[in-house]
Design a protein around this ligand. Sequence first.
Ligand code: HEM
Length: 423
Amino acid sequence: MTTSPVERAPISSAADINLSDWDFWGRPMGEREHAFRLLRELDMPAFFAEPEVSFAPPGVGYHALVRHADILEASRNPDVFCSGAGGATNIVDMPAEFIEYFGSMISMDDPRHARLRRIVSRAFTPKMIKQFEADVETAAGQIVDDLIATGSGCDFVTEVAARLPLKIICDMMGIPESDYRFVFDRSNVILGASDPEYVSDPAAIATSLLTAGMELQQLVQDLAAHRLGTPTDDLISALVNANIDGEQLTAQELGSFFILLVVAGNETTRNAISHGLRLLTDNLDQKARWLEDVDGRAAGAVEEIVRLAAPVNYMRRKVTRDHVMNGNLYRTGEKVVMYYWSANRDERVFAEPDRFDIGRSPNPHVGFGGPGPHFCLGAHLARREITVMFRELLRRVPQIEAGPPERLFSSFINGIKHMDCTF
Ligand code: HEM
């Protein structure tokens, strides 16, 4: 699917860029940075035809929102820029058979979205939050014990970064350890289907996605059946037994919410942690600064990691009525794709945007989404996981360094699949 760098024409102007061309996403990161810089300089957002995918016909096309101001404005205005009508996590409209598995609150609008989010938010009780904070400490400690036991290093992504969010989200859901691998493999397929390591045949992408969705839904149905009526103290119990002002999740809502949570909980924080180690390895001055005051500088460092990592590259919205935003017209039925990765490097907002500065303040990045109803539900948990992981690493293996990253081939997730670490 990718071509070697020598075969690619250089990008010298915005006219050379096509964000719907799969080949674009295989280019080296420096070229990606250059391309988005060119797009940010345009007076109006570039408009692209939709990417070709095997499972759905292309729609009308999309405006690429690459500036911070446009993403803030679109996120704040969900009446005009809606998340339903085909889904927020893909550019091409989601086919009907996908909705059952992948049509949760992230791809809904109010009032349905608000209702789901209300039920779910109330299941995140203070007791549950306190419990998972304690679990994060224990799990991170264990993972770093295992890292140290290797004696010299390992694949940082699979052995360190991926393990913490996987364990925490599975514990929250009440998924037993014997099923961790099952969940991990399916969530890799769901967010990494464009990468041949996870789905080798591009023609099999749709079937692989549906199978992974179906298998995860089966898992939650089995778990839910045990907990209905005899609740334990995990999130699935809270969700199946939740009856807030007469509101309850249907089996289908529970299934797709579960898939959203395990996928969002796994694939994002893992990448933030992996990018974090890479950034610290490339910027030893910032690592030394963090080491001087590990706890005191953690909050700023974590935000800066999420800013530059931008693990979720974009979300999309559909335009519900003709609307002028920041001087540009958006027509009913068109789509906008909000490139968080680009907004987090917008030179109008961030001084020296490519510089990793753990003391950057203010740092109004949109890594967890823009302000609005869909702002990341797991931001608090993710920040906690990244903080605790680096606290353990910096205290116990301060000499740790990352090798070259093996990137995920994806336009949606800014992922690292494998990356050696040594200490
Ligand atoms: C560094 C880690 C993470 C990043 C970068 C991230 C990013 C995002 C972004 C950009 C959105 C906005 C969607 C939109 O506006 O359409 C979002 C929403 C969401 N995130 Fe996260 N996320 C992270 C971690 C997590 C974790 C750990 C969980 C679960 C435990 C989670 C669960 C969700 C859910 C459920 C939504 C949908 C909220 C809604 O539609 O109301 N995320 N996330």
